[in-house]
Ligand binder design. Structure first.
Ligand code: TRP
Length: 358
């Protein structure tokens, strides 16, 4: 190989209800990339078991994320769509990366600190090692680009640190075995030839950071006890309209300029949702609705949300009524993914020097 070929990898966890934040912050970005380069979209079920989970629900939630991918417009003939547990190379590479990553690096991950909370002693080792599995997801395909929400930036930096340490620690063997790719961005800290690329995040614009409808300072989340705080991808038109009607706001009309949203988290969030659903900017929305009260803006937002989301919900429901078809998509995807990851793991075993007797 003379250079890393462009490849996109991303993943969504199959934990509970998918909501508007998952769609606008992640899945919606995946769709246009499938026409620009090879893409791999994974349902990361091995990540879903790092915290408490219900074995009885895992198959259903895995199919739900798959249905959301397809309903959003991901074409499984173009993109590879599969669930992580079916390609064993993820777990194998994650183990190697557990031995490359340092305790100190993982201890600094804010997502771990948040999810483990006060009771760190009782968090699973898997939750701590979560980012090395994520690095393995990406690097088992030597993926060059990863579209993710802004909250995953730190995990992508860690992925680069792991790739870089692997490239450095094994530089001599990578060169000896003829497995290196010329470093596309030469630097004094890096060897001339790399095995793993230094993967770049593709971060969605700020309008795609979707906040709770009940509290504009908190992210929209599937774990929020109030269902009114989020719009689920499978909510009916009535539910969507009701949640937007009840969304927390302030008594002022919308400002005409974006600066006017600065101290108004809830107003900013609703304007951001409108912008993201139309693919425009907050400034565009305020050009149309500046000076209008929420009694005008909310019904317009509800109509827009219903027109975008209801067809997707219908398509998800249609797909989920036929699990065999979803499973066939995942099976085909797992075979295509395995065909890429298998030779990578063969290289990695050779680079690490494992005795190969088979
Ligand atoms: N950690 C990601 C999230 O919570 C999910 C994920 C797992 C992922 N592996 C990945 C995202 C690889 C991108 C690439 O959103």
């Amino acid at each position: 190989m003379t250079s890393f070929s462009p490849r996109v990898f991303s993943g969504v966890q199959p934990t509970g209800n998918l909501h508007l934040g998952n769609y606008l912050g992640a899945i919606a970005q995946f769709v246009p990339l499938q026409d620009r380069m090879p893409t791999i979209y994974c349902v990361v079920d091995l990540h879903a078991v790092t915290a408490k989970f219900e074995p009885e629900h895992l198959a259903r939630t895995t199919r739900e994320v798959t249905a959301a991918y397809l309903a959003a417009g991901i074409d499984p003939k173009k993109a590879i769509v599969f669930n992580q547990s079916q390609v064993k190379e993820h777990a194998e590479l994650a183990w190697i990366f557990n031995c490359v990553a340092r305790m100190g690096w993982l201890s600094r991950m804010t997502q771990f600190k948040e999810k483990a909370g006060k009771n760190r002693e009782n968090a699973s080792v898997g939750l701590f090692a979560y980012p090395s599995l994520m690095a393995a997801d990406i690097l088992a395909y030597r993926a060059t680009h990863v579209p993710v929400g802004d909250d995953q930036k730190q995990h992508l930096e860690l992925t680069r640190d792991i790739a870089q340490k692997f490239n450095n620690d094994f530089a001599e063997r990578i060169a000896q075995l003829g497995l290196g790719v010329p470093n596309p961005t030469p630097s004094p800290e890096l060897p001339d030839e790399l095995y793993f690329p230094l993967t770049e995040p593709i971060i969605a614009g700020p309008a795609t950071r979707i906040m709770s409808l009940r509290d504009g300072t908190k992210k929209m989340s599937k774990s929020d006890p109030s269902d009114l705080s989020r719009i689920n991808l499978r909510d009916s038109a009535e539910e969507i309209a009701k949640k937007i009607r009840k969304a927390k706001t302030d008594p002022e009309p919308l400002p005409s300029e974006e600066e006017g949203l600065a101290e108004r988290a809830e107003a900013a969030n609703l304007v951001g949702i409108y912008a993201a659903l139309t693919g425009g900017t907050k400034a565009d929305v305020l050009r149309d609705y500046g000076g209008q009260p929420f009694s005008v803006f909310k019904p317009a937002l509800a109509d827009l949300a219903v027109s975008k989301l209801a067809p997707m919900a219908d398509e998800m429901n249609r797909l989920l009524a036929d699990p065999a078809t979803i499973d066939a998509v995942l099976k085909d995807g797992a075979e295509r993914a395995g065909a890429i990851a298998e030779p990578v793991l063969k290289d990695v075993r050779a680079i690490c020097g494992f005795l190969d007797v088979r």
